[in-house]
Write a protein that binds this ligand. Structure first.
Ligand SMILES: NC(=O)c1ccc[n+]([C@@H]2O[C@H](COP(=O)([O-])OP(=O)(O)OC[C@H]3O[C@@H](n4cnc5c(N)ncnc54)[C@H](O)[C@@H]3O)[C@@H](O)[C@H]2O)c1
Length: 411
């Protein structure tokens, strides 16, 4: 099943490149290409829209055969200059991955390299990232890949960047909580966000480094200290929680995977992760036992992977997939798509907590709206879980803010 999906996704991208020549010339080309063609075929990374489910997707049989036909099309067009031009999509966005040599960074860079919306992909790490960049640069997708190794090259890796993704840091080992990572990763995020503030203060910033519940408030404080904080553009990446919730619910209820959409709110650690199963689309009934079992599995899914890897790290491949989906959503929003919704941990006034993960509408300027409707009409179970997560999330937020403020005092 997984193999089929990956193959379809790749072929779908090729198909989208081959189809642009038939697009009418009246619309601006970047928008035309991305929203009507490539993105449909990129739907393996596309979130379901907030109110409707995707029934047609690149995973469907019909789309697959169209994609397969199109992937052979270049033979028929050999020597046709117009067709060659059509293979160059109007990619225009620059993305930087900080921590690109790591377990998440490498597969994430590969998935971003496949995006037709990306023109430049900058890979930064304190470890040597030259090999990763050389390897990726051989993929015949539009973006130019550049490598930047070591602190002296950090600034250059960020110049003119539209989206910065930060998976730099240490992953969890068995027995560690996300909070155990705090002391190392807090400092890494502080330094990297300082460089973002200095070099690309207008960029969307995607924080993956754990504990996200604290590293996002740290990033906010650093940006405030630098006078460039835009709460609409700072995101904690919680997409993996949604991806897991969708997968586990689809498995449990025998639903078509691509149709399932479960909003996940709160934070990104243990009980602060709250899947709102009553808001699942398509509408589905769960027994109390199923709700308890699914909620706990979604909350502990990270630990499932940490234990299975037995000391070799935490989730990397599924995380890269989820992060790539969030990057793709951000790029679609930047590109003018008016129908982009994702769950993310952002500055929020939906609850009394200053940061809270919820579904948000993304636009050219970042968060266009927080979506409150998921939090209305909760079941008793969800309402209790929401109240129960607040003290832990509040403490993690305060820990992050205190860390960032202490740095200013000592500096
Ligand atoms: N948000 C999520 O859902 C989620 C899921 C899984 C893992 N994570 C987190 O993502 C982070 C990375 O995990 P991983 O498995 O890729 O770890 P990894 O150790 O495989 O890779 C981390 C990379 O970061 C680099 N790095 C360290 N310090 C750096 C710095 N100052 N500047 C630039 N690069 C630096 C390392 O050299 C390494 O290449 C961890 O904090 C992990 O907890 C988050």
């Amino acid at each position: 099943m997984a193999t089929t999906s990956v193959a379809t996704f790749m072929i779908g991208t090729a198909a989208s490149l081959g189809r642009e020549s038939s697009v009418p010339q009246s619309k601006p080309s970047a928008l035309r290409f991305s929203s009507q063609y490539s993105l449909k075929n990129f739907s393996g990374l596309k979130a379901a829209a907030s109110v409707s489910c995707e029934s047609e997707s690149s995973f469907s049989g019909k789309e697959t055969s169209a994609a397969l036909c199109a992937s052979f099309a270049p033979k028929a067009h050999k020597g046709n200059q117009n067709f060659q031009n059509s293979l160059q999509p109007q990619a225009s966005f620059k993305v930087a991955v900080l921590g690109a040599a790591g377990g998440i960074g490498q597969p994430l860079a590969l998935l971003i390299k496949m995006s037709p919306l990306v023109s430049a992909l900058n890979l930064y790490d304190i470890a040597n990232v030259k090999g990763v960049a050389a390897d990726l640069s051989h993929c015949n997708t539009p973006s130019q890949v550049q490598d930047f190794t070591g602190a002296s090259e950090l600034g250059n890796s960020l110049k003119g960047v539209n989206v910065v993704v930060i998976p730099a840091g240490v992953p969890r080992k068995p027995g560690m909580t996300r909070d155990d990572l705090f002391n190392i990763n807090a400092g890494i995020v502080r330094n990297l966000v300082t460089a973002v503030a200095d070099n690309c203060p207008d960029a969307f910033i995607h924080i993956i480094s754990n504990p996200v519940n604290s590293t996002v408030p740290i990033a906010a404080e650093i940006l405030k200290q630098k006078g460039v904080y835009d709460p609409k553009k700072l995101f904690g990446v919680t997409t993996l929680d949604v991806v897991r919730a969708n997968t586990f619910v689809a498995q449990k209820k025998n639903l078509k995977l691509i149709d399932v959409d479960v909003p996940v709110v709160g934070g990104h650690a243990g009980i602060t992760i709250l899947p709102l199963l009553s808001k699942t689309k398509p509408s589905v009934n769960f027994t109390d036992e199923e709700i308890q079992e699914l909620t706990v599995r979604i909350q502990n899914a990270g630990t499932e992977v940490v234990e299975a890897k037995a000391g070799a790290g935490s989730a990397t491949l599924s995380m890269a997939y989820a992060a790539a989906r969030f990057v793709e959503s951000s790029l679609r929003a930047l590109d003018g798509d008016g129908d982009v919704y994702e769950c993310s941990y952002v500055q929020s006034d939906l609850t009394e907590l200053p940061f809270f993960a919820s579904r948000v509408k993304l636009g050219r300027n970042g968060v266009e709206a927080l979506i409150p409707s998921d939090l209305q009409g909760l079941t008793e179970y969800e309402q209790k879980a929401l109240e129960a997560l607040k003290p832990e999330l509040k403490a993690s937020i305060e820990k992050g803010i205190a860390f960032a403020q202490k740095q200013t005092v000592t500096a």
